[in-house]
Design a protein around this ligand. Structure first.
Ligand SMILES: NC(=O)c1ccc[n+]([C@@H]2O[C@H](COP(=O)([O-])OP(=O)(O)OC[C@H]3O[C@@H](n4cnc5c(N)ncnc54)[C@H](OP(=O)(O)O)[C@@H]3O)[C@@H](O)[C@H]2O)c1
Length: 389
């Protein structure tokens, strides 16, 4: 893989990260006990919320928080993806079936206060649902991404940055993949705003979300690796920043933004203050009571040679990725985005991973993947030590 490849490409191609864990066989479904039925609700009005999607990663956490605040929730999916957390709450959810591609019948002639568009994968999908719902729904919330800022050429990237709306010519295949996602999200945002108007639209641009129910397996390396202890390879230069957001912090903030009608566009980015990869690892490691020694591998050429391009939240820097972990969250914090402690994120994600919420097959598949950092770690560390001797 070439140095010029971008962060989502690395992730798509699944180059690295992870390990095999002895399955501890917990029966805990980590998010179940998390739900606090909030008796003191700050919103005066109980909202009727429609989530397009809602059964994958972000959605179940939005469902849990919305219900805890007394709102009612409908989801709209094809009925294929089943939630892996908060499953018991879905009895209280109206589950509408259709397809954003060609069947929106279940959404016709219905009224909601808020629609949350999590499943936007095509600009036309957002245009179609926004047009269908505009007279029957108050607020359109579009789940975008910091991917709209690709290429990430600057730091302190704020919401008013000019976005790329058309595919530039001359991109490599990998750059094209990354850029297409950003262009799709940027144009989808515009469609929502065009149809609902700025005064009825909220756009959230999350960075990498981490936490229970993550379907991507791109962060789970760290909880399971840190739980094991010993010599741990930490990729990246000393000054490499990282950004991530606990999925629950983002999910809960969505609902509060809707309650408070805080229209506008916001980056969904944590942690609160600047953090390097080394600081991240040291803090995350405190989750587990095991002895660890961190081996910082800071030579990009060596990492590339050993096919270590990313391990979320660390993404290898480079011209087009320079600002990918330098996105501003000042507007979002002012608008109520909060951050739970990293140790809680790591612990809950680990507990979820070893619980019955995850199939044994999925764990084993992950553990057996020869491209994972976990499986390659020992050998890479030996190579690294050899360069130092
Ligand atoms: N994960 C991250 O770190 C991250 C970062 C930035 C932005 N985002 C954005 O966050 C959003 C939410 O991500 P997520 O991972 O929670 O969910 P997701 O995987 O994007 O969405 C899946 C949901 O959409 C439904 N769905 C998929 N295709 C559909 C179709 N053709 N018609 C109707 N429903 C369909 C799925 O149910 P069925 O399969 O049953 O239809 C499921 O409920 C996405 O827009 C993503 O781009 C994610």
């Amino acid at each position: 893989m070439k140095k010029s490849q971008t962060r989502r490409t690395f992730i798509k191609t699944g180059a690295l990260a992870t390990l095999a864990i002895p399955v501890l066989g917990s029966s805990v479904i980590s998010c179940k006990s998390e739900i606090k039925q909030e008796t003191t609700d700050t919103s005066s009005k109980k909202l009727k919320i429609l989530i397009l999607g809602g059964t994958s990663f972000l959605g179940p956490h939005q469902v849990a928080y919305a219900l805890s605040r007394g709102h009612s929730v409908s989801t709209f999916t094809r009925g294929k993806t089943l939630p892996s957390v908060h499953t018991e709450l879905f009895d209280q959810v109206e589950q509408l079936i259709g397809d954003r591609q060609d069947n929106l019948t279940a959404l016709e002639n219905r009224k909601w206060d808020v629609v949350i568009d999590n499943s936007g994968r095509k600009v036309e999908w957002t245009r179609a649902t926004a047009n269908l719902l505009k007279d029957n729904v108050g607020i359109y919330m579009y789940t975008s991404s910091t991917g709209v800022y690709y290429p990430y050429l600057t730091s302190d990237i704020k919401e008013d940055k000019k976005l790329v709306l058309e595919m530039p010519k001359g991109l490599s295949k990998n750059e094209q993949y990354e850029q297409e996602y950003g262009v799709m999200k940027a144009n989808s945002e515009l469609e929502a705003i065009k149809v609902f108007g700025k005064e009825r639209t909220i756009v959230i641009r999350p960075t990498y979300m981490i936490g229970p129910a993550d379907k991507t397996d791109r962060f789970i390396h760290w909880p399971i690796r840190l739980a094991k202890g010993g010599e741990i390879l930490v990729p990246g230069k000393k000054e490499d920043p990282v950004q991530y957001a606990d999925v629950r912090d983002i999910a809960e903030w969505f609902i509060r933004l809707a309650e408070n009608k805080q229209y506008g566009t916001y980056n969904g980015v944590g942690p609160k203050s600047t953090q390097t990869m080394q600081q991240f690892i040291k803090e995350a490691a405190k989750t587990f009571d095991v002895e660890s020694e961190f081996i910082m591998v800071d030579d990009y050429d060596f990492l590339i040679k050993n096919k270590v391009y990313y391990s979320v939240p660390w993404i290898m820097g480079g011209k087009k990725n320079y600002g990918s972990s330098r996105v501003s969250n000042s507007k979002s914090i002012a608008a109520g985005l909060t951050f739970r402690p990293l140790k809680k994120t790591v612990k809950d994600t680990y507990d979820w991973w070893i619980s019955d919420a995850i199939s044994e097959e999925r764990r084993q598949k992950f553990e057996a993947n020869p491209d994972t950092l976990f499986l390659k770690e020992k050998e890479i560390l030996e190579n690294w030590k050899a360069t130092k001797s």
